[in-house]
Design a protein around this ligand. Structure first.
Ligand code: TXA
Ligand code: MG
Length: 355
């Protein structure tokens, strides 16, 4: 299959019009279109068409028990797929939509089980990215969309990442430039008596608690080590995710000690003949004389770390690093969301320099 990559940032209004029309046609015919959102790029299909959503699993190589998020542009669409919206769920949607937050609600029977992975609930999100909104509106459908990566690869934050993974597998990629946030939406389960965060994201636990009172992070994903006896409520959180090819190890503690430790380990591994990658920050990059060191952003602006993380992980793969030593960001703002992804990428391997 030929994969068309269309740069929405440079084309004329007329070309944009034609492109959005064609994207809508592909969707209505049961096909796949990748599109930008404010979090990561999505791989979209008609969420109410079981054959179309089945194609998503095929293109991604994703286990079919892992449900998809339904993307909408208008709150009226919630009624088409959710059986019930509690007052707190309504408040959360009003406060954070459009934006990087997904709510889990009881589903209507009309939602195909290929979309919901056989669950009684449905995940719904209203993205804020203007290209995503136009694409969904013009398709006239509710768009089921996972992140547009091959299963097990970092989520795409640029169209070129989608192209790397999806070339030959889908007919169209809409390029809206690099995304703003860079990590996937916060998922909050609103089917119980209080909100439970199933996946941390840009919208924090504190923001949700401030709005509706008591809320918690799913205990199965909250810790620094994998929970042994608990099963994550979001099926996708149980899979090994975001994994670079090299062995990634997080180093945590006071920054000066972390830098020293990473330098020691790098010299050691290089002496053994291995290629070593280092994930540092603007503040520390010049302190790593050895290895392939890259900055993931600035500790002063943690949102830059979220925005660059997946790109840097892909670059580490491309550099052929056998070992990847990464600084950690447990104590920064957005730390829950960033470290959730980094711990998974590292298979929960953490070296502590604290005493
Ligand atoms: O930011 C995002 O949410 C991006 C963009 C494209 O919108 N999408 C995304 O989709 O990250 P995906 O498929 O990569 O992750 C969806 C997560 C999975 O962990 C899945 O198990 C969970 O949402 N999920 C979907 N439906 C669910 C449900 N009914 N109950 C619990 N978890 C659900
Ligand atoms: Mg994903």
């Amino acid at each position: 299959m030929y994969t068309e990559l269309i740069d929405l940032t440079t084309i004329s209004e007329e070309e944009r019009e034609q492109t959005m029309n064609r994207a809508g046609e592909i969707i209505r015919a049961g096909g796949l279109v990748a599109f930008p959102t404010e979090t990561v790029y999505g791989l979209g299909a008609d969420g109410m068409n079981p054959d179309a959503s089945a194609r998503i699993y095929e293109a991604k190589g994703r286990p079919s028990d892992n449900p998809l998020i339904m993307h909408i542009v208008d709150t009226a669409q919630v009624e088409e797929i959710a059986a019930e919206v509690s007052p707190d769920a309504g408040k959360i949607m009003d406060a954070f939509w459009p934006g990087p937050l997904t709510v889990i609600l009881p589903r209507k029977r009309t939602v195909p089980s290929t979309t919901t992975g056989g669950l009684d609930t449905v995940a719904i999100r209203m993205p804020s990215h203007p290209d995503a909104r136009e694409f969904i509106r013009r398709s006239g459908r509710i768009i089921a969309a996972p992140s547009a990566n091959i299963s097990g690869r970092p989520s795409p934050t640029r169209a070129v990442h989608v192209y790397e993974d999806m070339k030959g597998r889908i007919p169209m990629i809409l390029d809206g430039g690099p995304v703003g946030i860079g990590i996937e939406s916060t998922i909050v389960d609103m089917t119980g008596d209080h909100p439970i965060i199933l996946r941390p994201g840009y919208i924090s636990l504190e923001e949700i608690t401030d709005l509706v009172g008591e809320a918690e992070i799913d205990p199965a994903i909250a810790g620094r080590t994998p929970a042994k006896d608990l099963v994550a409520k979001a099926p996708g959180m149980k899979y090994r995710h975001y994994a670079p090819k090299g062995q990634m190890i997080l180093v945590e503690g006071e920054t000066a000690r972390v830098v020293k430790k990473i330098n020691e380990l790098t010299v050691l591994r290089q002496a053994e003949g291995f290629t070593v990658g280092i994930i540092g920050t603007e503040e520390t990059l010049s302190l790593y004389p050895e290895g392939i060191a890259k900055s993931v952003g600035s500790r002063e602006q943690p949102q830059t770390i979220a925005a660059n993380l997946y790109r840097v992980l892909r670059e580490m793969d491309a550099s052929g690093a056998d070992y990847i030593y990464a600084e950690s960001f447990f104590d920064e703002k957005l730390g829950d969301a960033i470290m959730n992804r980094m711990l998974k990428a590292a298979g929960y391997r953490v070296i502590s320099c604290r005493r």
